[in-house]
Design a protein around this ligand. Structure first.
Ligand code: NAI
Length: 462
């Protein structure tokens, strides 16, 4: 029953970052979270646990594929699934506890429970109503449902169930060749499962630069993934020992079925705003259910803001974090800003895939004059030394001004390499600026420099 300058609803990456930053700026802040632990979907059942499983299974893959080549003999280790799950949980716990510590350090009050907004300026948690000069809705998203597919989180699962299966399945059908499907598909593929991905479109990873998507599909196919593209899933039904997925091929409308021990539904996510009372408050929503905001993350109701997966834009933790920081600044009377043109996207498979800025398809559609600088990791000594020479860096720059417009990387460390280009783009750099920057040898980052050189007089090692 306290009064706060700001109450943030939701302690995911958007909400907790917003709360901490607002406290740093001198506001009296509370953050409402109904889960037992802080961190939201990302830390509890998303980005972080999946990275732990991706790490463990990547190591296993290395043992199988590369150890003998390096003279490391002795065969593959036995997988203890329970222990791997415990390791995953330890990673999660360490991170969620870390946020609890940061809340204490920054004097952010954690209001435990599920919030509703009975009226502007008030937040109800359990039986208590708190005063809030400002409210930020940071309630995130939930898995979108698919007609004809009933999730039980054991046999037919979303990413949440896929992270905590009781045992390693022999076969998995993944519905949707997006980020979740390919990351979790990689985990189970490396653990020995047969993985078949059924995708509605004719390419994997919609929105990604076409050339990268093609190369990515080839590499995953080599790793043993099976892809059925142009296929609309009609239903998934639980049966003895698994489930049956029925899909229709779009080219001829023919119907087919697939059996698997586990079916992962990874067909996108939708904003989660249940129980807040937004309709009663008159908060306007977009057609697809996101909270409608202006350029300062303000809703149409004074004093109520929204960020992250609950609003339009890519459903990415780091986009939510940036919005959290920016809206905290706005509420504190400063000038929060997010550059939506420079938000990187990363897929944490092996190899990693990362991109920022425009794709070649987007530039073509805009009729923009551009040039392409490409460099294969095959020409990068470090990548070859670690058996990760597949993939390439593709840099797109304006044909006239040489200004960097986008970058798409498939290869080792792509998720870290991309940030060099994010910084370059923030500073309005040209491809030549990147090319003239000294890059340490031998590093993967040399491939980025070579791609920049390829936008000019040419790469050296290609
Ligand atoms: P997504 O939007 O990335 O991919 C969903 C895929 O399902 C699309 O390719 C779509 O064409 C396909 N699809 C839809 N309906 C279908 C049907 N009936 N039959 C066959 N295919 C169908 O969604 P995803 O992978 O579920 O991820 C959700 C969100 O979480 C995304 O916004 C993603 O960016 C985010 N995320 C990000 C991660 C990262 O940054 N590494 C990791 C995991 C999730």
């Amino acid at each position: 029953m306290a009064d706060f300058d700001l109450i943030v609803i939701g302690a995911g990456p958007g909400g907790y970052v917003c709360a901490i930053h607002a406290a740093q700026l001198g506001l009296k802040v509370a953050c409402v979270e109904g889960r037992e632990t802080l961190g939201g979907t990302c830390l509890n059942v998303g980005c972080i646990p999946s990275k732990a499983l991706l790490n463990a299974t990547h190591q296993l893959h290395e043992v199988h594929e590369n150890f003998e080549k390096m003279g490391l003999m002795g065969g593959a280790p036995k997988v203890d699934w329970k222990k791997m799950q415990a390791y995953k949980q330890d990673v999660v716990n360490g991170n969620t506890k870390g946020i609890e510590f940061l809340f204490k350090k920054n004097k952010v009050t954690w209001l435990k429970g599920w919030a509703s907004i009975p009226e502007a300026g008030k937040v109800k948690v359990g039986d208590e109503v708190h005063g809030a000069k400002n409210i930020v809705i940071a309630t995130g998203s939930e898995a979108a449902s698919l007609p004809g597919v009933e999730v039980d989180e054991e046999v037919i699962v979303t990413s949440t169930g896929a992270l905590a299966l009781g045992k390693i399945p022999k076969s998995v059908v993944v519905i949707g060749a997006g980020v979740i499907g390919l990351e979790m598909g990689s985990v189970y593929k490396r653990l020995g499962a047969e993985v078949t991905v059924v995708e509605y479109l004719d390419a994997i990873t919609p929105g990604m630069d076409g050339e990268v998507a093609k190369s990515f599909q080839k590499i995953l196919t080599k790793q043993g993934f099976k892809f059925i593209l142009g296929a609309a899933v009609q239903k998934a039904e639980k049966g003895k020992g698994g489930a049956t997925v029925t899909y229709k091929l779009r080219k001829d409308d023919s119907e087919h079925t697939l059996e698997a021990e586990v079916v992962l539904v990874a067909t996108g996510r939708k904003p989660f705003t249940d129980g807040l009372g937004l309709a009663e408050l008159g908060v306007e929503l977009e057609k697809r259910g996101q909270v409608k905001i202006d350029g300062h993350w303000a809703t149409n109701v004074k004093g109520i803001y929204a960020i992250g997966d609950a609003v339009v834009g890519p459903m990415l933790a780091h986009k939510a974090e940036d919005e959290g920081m920016a809206v905290a600044e706005v509420i504190a009377g400063k000038h929060g800003h997010v550059n939506y043109g420079v938000i990187p996207g990363v897929i944490y498979t092996t190899p990693e895939v990362a991109s920022v800025g425009q794709t070649e398809e987007q530039l073509k559609a805009e009729g923009r004059a551009y040039k392409v600088g490409k460099f294969p990791f095959m020409g990068n000594a470090r990548a070859k030394a670690v058996f990760q020479a597949e993939g390439f860096v593709k840099l797109l720059a304006d044909k006239e001004t040489d200004r960097v417009l986008g970058c798409h990387i498939i290869g080792p460390g792509a998720g870290d390499l991309i940030h060099e280009i994010c910084v370059a783009m923030e500073f309005g750099a040209s491809a030549q600026d990147v090319a003239l920057t000294c890059h340490a040898h031998p590093t993967y980052s040399e491939a980025v420099r070579e791609a920049a050189l390829a936008c000019g007089d040419g790469a050296i090692h290609a």
